[in-house]
Design a protein around this ligand. Structure first.
Ligand code: SF4
Length: 340
């Protein structure tokens, strides 16, 4: 989600371009004032990625956002609940964009008054279900749901409860997570737990930081779970290691982030600091290296294939990634003999 005033085109354009270039698939933008709509229209024209308008309190802004061509709107049941207003919104959806998605976005900070005395996870679920039934009664089913709390356990419980009761897609996130480190930890636990249990369709990491950092963390959560991108694993090193593997890890991390094309089809790369436990982990990855003093043993798809100079480890991994890619694309690969 963008964090600059939507009314400032230069800031908005730059931020949206940055988050997309770092891997955001969907961008949500706060629409707080009627004057924001002009830039929303420009944004929709400028970027092919879905733009979602985040709306609170003012249903007229939802109507204008739909007319601006957004792919979806987020409505908060805690502050837009009047049925006649929902009718007005749905009429514009049908007239302008019948494919538009409405996200029912429940947040622990804006629970409807009559649910405040309930357990928070239950209140989130009930608030969402009630809103969904209003939309369904009006024959609208293009719905996704988010149930967010600043408490990790509440977020998990709410999403689990909801999944037991409904099949609508779930957008996951832990909200108001605190400082950046806390945010990374809370988001990783909350989102990671749910994804591992097969719950969740889209994610947003909320950090008190630049949204590019949120996208990077989100990408790492997905790659850590084998749900997209490259999972770069590195041993913590210990007294057995005779080399400093940090520069290799750093460079590979930069390449994975900025040149993902080099590693397409690769899901895991392992960089290990010694020849004792290193080979085992390196074998488990698509590509791996177990380092000794001044050299590295390169592994590809479970086999030790080459011993290279320490300075050539990165180029060797890139070369092997290209080989694996070629093989996947149907080119015949010359057989490689395992060297140990
Ligand atoms: S792989 Fe080797 S260097 Fe790394 S932590 Fe394990 S034993 Fe230590």
């Amino acid at each position: 989600m963008t964090k600059v005033p939507t009314s400032d085109w230069s800031l908005l354009y730059h931020q949206v371009r940055e988050v997309i270039s770092h891997g955001a698939d969907i961008v949500r933008v706060a629409v707080k004032f009627p004057s924001d709509v002009e830039n929303l229209t420009r944004l929709v024209k400028e970027f092919p990625q879905p733009i979602i308008a985040d709306i609170h309190f003012n249903h007229k802004l939802a109507i204008e956002a739909i007319k601006a061509g957004v792919a979806g709107i987020r409505l908060n049941p805690g502050n837009i609940s009047d049925e006649s207003r929902i009718d007005e919104i749905l009429k514009v959806v049908r007239d302008y964009n019948p494919d538009l998605v409405i996200r029912v976005g429940m947040n622990s900070g804006s629970i409807p008054d009559d649910l405040r005395n309930k357990d928070m996870s239950e209140a989130l679920v009930q608030g969402a279900l009630r809103y969904i039934s209003i939309l369904e009664d009006k024959n609208f089913f293009n719905i996704k749901v988010s149930l967010k709390s600043s408490d990790v356990a509440t977020t998990i419980r709410a999403n689990e409860r909801f999944r037991n009761l409904s099949d609508y897609p779930l957008h996951l996130g832990v909200t108001a997570t605190g400082d950046s480190l806390s945010g990374v930890i809370k988001s990783s636990i909350g989102i990671g737990y749910l994804l591992l249990h097969g719950i969740g369709d889209t994610i947003r990491v909320s950090l008190n930081a630049d949204p590019v950092e949120e996208v990077k963390v989100g990408r790492k959560i997905l790659s850590s779970l084998g749900l997209g991108g490259v999972d770069l694993v590195a041993c913590p090193t210990c007294g057995r290691s005779l080399v400093d593997i940090k520069p290799i890890v750093q460079e590979l991390s930069n390449l994975i982030e900025n040149r993902p094309d080099l590693f397409s089809g690769i899901t895991r790369i392992a960089v290990m600091g010694c020849e004792v436990n290193g080979p085992g982990e390196a074998r488990e990855a698509d590509l791996g290296v177990a380092c000794g003093r001044g050299w590295g043993l390169i592994f590809a798809k479970g086999r030790a294939i080459r011993r290279v100079r320490f300075d050539d480890i990165i180029s060797s991994i890139i070369e092997e990634a290209a080989r694996i890619r070629e093989e996947k694309n149907g080119f015949v690969r010359k057989g490689q003999t395992e060297i140990i």
